[in-house]
Design a protein around this ligand. Structure first.
Ligand code: HEC
Ligand SMILES: [Cu+2]
Length: 324
C-alpha cells in the first residue's frame, strides 16, 4: 500500500497500446502547452515596460517558419489521429475465434449471458488469454460498460447492438463500472470481472447450472413467436431460409448489399421494412414492442447458430442459401 497508482492495472492485450497512445497525447499536449506559455512569459518579460530592446518594425519577412510549423503540427496531429483510429477500429473488429458474451444493461445492473446458457449479474467470468467478444445492449436508458484494467468502455444503447472485444492477459479480479450517468443508483451499477485460468474457467462453467443455451431458447422462441411458420420452409409464404445467413452478404431489394451481422438480424425482426431481402415479398410483420431485449438476443443467437451448425437440432445446416 501507500504507493500512488495513477493508472489502473494493465490486464488486457490492448491496455499497453492504449497507455502508449494516452502518453503520446499527454506528451504532445504538454509540449504545446509549455511552448505557448513559455513564449508568452518570455515575451512578457522581454517586452515589459521600459525594457531596453529593439521594438522597431521588422523589415525581413519569411513564410518559411509559418509553413514549417503549420505542416509539422498538422502531420503530428494527423499521426495521432490515425494511431487512435487504428486502435479504435481494432477493438471493434473481433477475431473470428472470439467467444461471444452477451451483456444487457438495465437500471441498475449488468445482466451477462454466456453462449452455453450460463447467466450472471454484475460479475463477468472470462478465461485468460482467450479473445472475448462482447455484444452490448440496454433495456432502458444509455449505460456504459467500462473495465478500466482492460482499457475498454463502450456505451450500451437501447435498441442497438454494440460490439467490442478484449483478450485478458492477467488472472485476477478487476472492477467493472457503468460509466454513463443513468439514474439514481448509477454509482452502484458495477461489479467485477474475474479472469481465470482456462481450466478453472471450464470448471466454473460446468459448476453453473446452465439451463438451455441461448440458441436453444431462441429456437423455442422461433416457434412460439411464429417465425418458423414463414421461415420454416413449409409455409405458404415465400420467406428466406435462415440457415447459413449469419455473416454472409445479403443483397437487398433496393440494390444495396449488407452483411448479416447481429445488427442486421435484429433490425430484420424489429424493422423488417427497412431492409428487404432481394427477391422476397415485404410481408414480414414488425415485432417491435413485442419481443424484449432478452428474447431478441436469444433469437439472434439461434439464427447465428444456424450458420455454424451449433444448433444441434432441427433444420441446422440442411439448406444452403442460393448464391445471388
Ligand atoms: C409472415 C411471414 C413471416 C414471419 C411471421 C416472420 N418472417 Fe422473417 N421474413 C419474412 C420475409 C418474407 C422476409 C424477406 C423479406 C424481408 O427481408 O423483409 C423475412 C426476412 C427475415 C430476415 C432477413 C433474412 C434474410 O435472408 O435477409 C430475418 C433475419 C427474419 N426474417 C427473421 C424472422 C424472425 C426471427 C421472425 C420471428 C420473430 C420472423 N422473421 C417472422 C417473413 C416472415
Ligand atoms: Cu448504468
Amino acid at each position: 500500500m501507500g504507493s500512488l497508482q495513477l493508472l489502473p492495472p494493465t490486464a488486457s492485450a490492448h491496455a499497453a497500446d492504449m497507455d502508449w497512445l494516452f502518453a503520446a497525447l499527454l506528451g504532445t499536449s504538454a509540449f504545446i502547452l509549455l511552448l505557448v506559455f513559455g513564449l508568452m512569459i518570455l515575451f512578457c518579460v522581454r517586452y515589459r515596460k521600459n525594457s531596453k530592446v529593439e521594438r522597431g518594425n521588422r523589415l525581413g519577412r519569411t513564410w518559411r517558419v509559418e509553413v514549417a510549423w503549420t505542416t509539422a503540427t498538422f502531420i503530428a496531429f494527423l499521426g495521432l489521429y490515425f494511431w487512435g483510429a487504428e486502435l479504435y477500429v481494432d477493438i471493434h473488429s473481433p477475431p473470428k475465434d472470439a467467444t461471444d458474451i452477451y451483456v444487457v444493461g438495465k437500471q441498475w445492473m449488468w445482466k451477462i449471458e454466456h453462449p452455453g446458457g450460463q447467466r450472471e449479474i454484475d460479475t463477468l467470468h472470462v478465461p485468460v488469454g482467450r479473445p472475448v467478444r462482447l455484444v452490448l445492449t440496454s433495456e432502458d436508458v444509455i449505460h456504459d460498460f467500462a473495465i478500466p484494467a482492460f482499457r475498454i468502455r463502450q456505451d450500451a444503447l437501447p435498441g442497438r447492438y454494440e460490439t467490442l472485444w478484449f483478450t485478458p492477459t492477467e488472472v485476477g479480479d478487476y472492477r467493472l463500472f457503468c460509466a454513463e450517468f443513468c439514474g439514481t443508483w448509477h454509482a452502484r451499477m458495477g461489479g467485477s470481472v474475474v479472469v481465470m485460468q482456462p481450466s478453472d474457467f471450464q470448471r466454473w462453467l460446468d459448476s453453473q447450472d446452465p439451463g438451455p443455451s441461448l440458441a436453444q431458447e431462441g429456437e423455442a422462441l422461433f416457434r412460439s413467436y411464429g417465425c418458423s411458420g414463414c421461415h420454416g420452409g413449409a409455409g405458404t409464404v415465400r420467406a428466406p431460409r435462415l440457415e447459413g445467413l449469419f455473416g454472409r452478404p445479403v443483397p437487398l431489394e433496393d440494390g444495396r448489399t449488407v452483411i448479416a451481422d447481429d445488427r442486421y438480424i435484429r433490425d430484420s425482426i424489429l424493422m423488417p421494412k427497412a431492409e428487404i431481402a432481394a427477391g422476397y415479398p415485404p410481408v414480414m410483420p414488425s415485432f417491435a414492442g413485442q419481443i424484449g431485449e432478452d428474447d431478441l438476443l436469444k433469437l439472434v443467437a439461434y439464427i447465428k447458430s444456424l450458420a455454424d451448425g451449433t444448433a444441434g437440432t432441427s433444420q441446422a445446416g440442411s439448406v444452403e442459401r442460393p448464391a445471388q
